[in-house]
Design a protein around this ligand. Structure first.
Ligand SMILES: Nc1nc2c(ncn2[C@@H]2O[C@H](COP(=O)(O)OP(=O)(O)OP(=O)(O)O)[C@@H](O)[C@H]2O)c(=O)[nH]1
Ligand SMILES: [Mg+2]
Length: 350
């Protein structure tokens, strides 16, 4: 399941430092020569791909990013200090465009890849630079050049890591609205949502994780009924599923089983995908019935079970905590099986 995360930012290289006009004034030297140093170059803005970011969430608020300017030249022919570069971390896979012309500027794929997006301005020459046989005492110095300025469009293809599944009307779209800035239509009838919605949910560690609201799963979806078959294919790429159950339904257990059977029938890796069960709409169910249903669920599954309300937000914090933990666990087991895969590829590629 992919969608494009976008951000527009302005970047500006630092201005070069000005060159200065100065003359040597030393004891016993009647007419000192020119000694005005040149300005230092301005710093550049450089993007760098890092593994620790997965989304462009951080750029929603950082619109203008500039590097430091270079210092003025000094007396005694000293060049001003260069302005330091400004390094901006972006997720691996970020594609960078000039926002005005649409021209692609680069593709930051591997961690450590860097791209200079706004060069700092050159420092201006001090008068010492203009010393020549014809002009022994130049009075001329140049100002530093301004840094490059650009509007950039950053684009990143996102993979949804968490899929929210459940029968129509379970509250999937309501839940993704409560957790992220996605605003899909919510209504009290089935099949309100026709295509998956994605939303970025911020982790406690800061970066975002992509959640997908997967609509249209009904009995028979694996065989092409409803809208669901395509979407089942999409959730193959997620790492954790939140199975959302409508607490107010006549038979929540049967609803759960219907969807589980779809996952089984579809096969691939879906039946073994990590799952978390969220019993939704608890605000509309009296607590005795809540307890009874939750107890029934704990009889038939080992998955963690949460009682939530996407409307009042009850239980959402604990649900998210378990999502983060499950993602961490599935990541470390993926790394282990990734090692194994590498070994296999290695042995077969001769
Ligand atoms: N009382 C209550 N109602 C809820 C809750 N969550 C969702 N609803 C209501 O349930 C109905 C369906 O919600 P949606 O979020 O559209 O459900 P969905 O799973 O996205 O449905 P489809 O898009 O049709 O698959 C709406 O009327 C929601 O207001 C909840 O926690 N409590
Ligand atoms: Mg919906």
């Amino acid at each position: 399941m992919q969608f494009i995360d976008r951000a527009v930012i302005e970047v500006e290289g630092g201005k070069g430092g000005d060159g200065i006009v100065a003359f040597r004034r030393e004891k016993y030297v009647p007419a000192g020569g020119p000694a005005g140093g040149s300005g230092g170059d301005g710093g550049s803005v450089i993007l760098e791909a890092v593994e620790s970011l997965q989304t462009l969430l951080d750029f929603q608020y950082a619109h203008h990013i500039s590097a430091k300017k270079g210092d003025r030249g000094g007396t005694s022919n000293r060049t001003g200090a260069a302005g330091s570069d400004r390094l901006i971390e972006v997720p691996c896979g970020t594609v960078v465009y000039d926002a005005e012309t649409g021209e692609p500027l680069g593709d930051l794929v591997e961690p450590g890849h860097k791209l200079c997006v706004a060069k700092g301005g050159k420092g201006g020459f001090g008068n010492r630079h203009f010393l020549s046989n014809r002009n022994r005492a130049p009075e001329q110095a140049l100002p530093g050049k301004t840094g490059e300025q650009r509007r950039l469009r950053l684009e990143l293809k996102l993979l949804a890591e968490v899929g929210i599944i459940g029968l129509p009307n379970a509250g999937k779209s309501t839940l993704i609205s409560a957790l992220s800035s996605a605003r899909p239509k919510v209504a009290d009838y089935p099949f309100t949502t026709l295509v998956p919605n994605l939303g970025v949910v911020r982790k406690p560690t800061g970066d975002g994780t992509v959640f997908a609201d997967i609509p249209g799963l009904i009995a028979g979806a694996h065989a092409g009924l409803g809208l669901g078959q395509d979407f089942l294919r999409h959730i193959e790429r997620t790492r954790v599923l939140i199975h959302l159950i409508n607490f107010t339904a006549a038979d929540p257990i049967a609803d759960y089983q219907t969807l589980q059977q779809e996952l089984q029938a579809y096969g691939r890796e879906l039946p073994t995908r990590a799952q978390i069960i969220a019993l939704n709409k608890c605000d509309a169910v009296e607590s005795q019935r809540q307890d009874a249903i939750a107890a029934q669920f704990s009889q038939i599954t080992n998955a963690p079970i949460f009682t939530i309300s996407a409307v009042t937000r009850r239980g959402l914090e604990s649900l998210l905590q378990t999502v983060w933990q499950t993602l961490d666990t599935s990541l470390s087991s993926q790394v282990r099986s990734g090692d194994k895969d590498e070994g296999l590829t290695g042995s077969s590629s001769h």
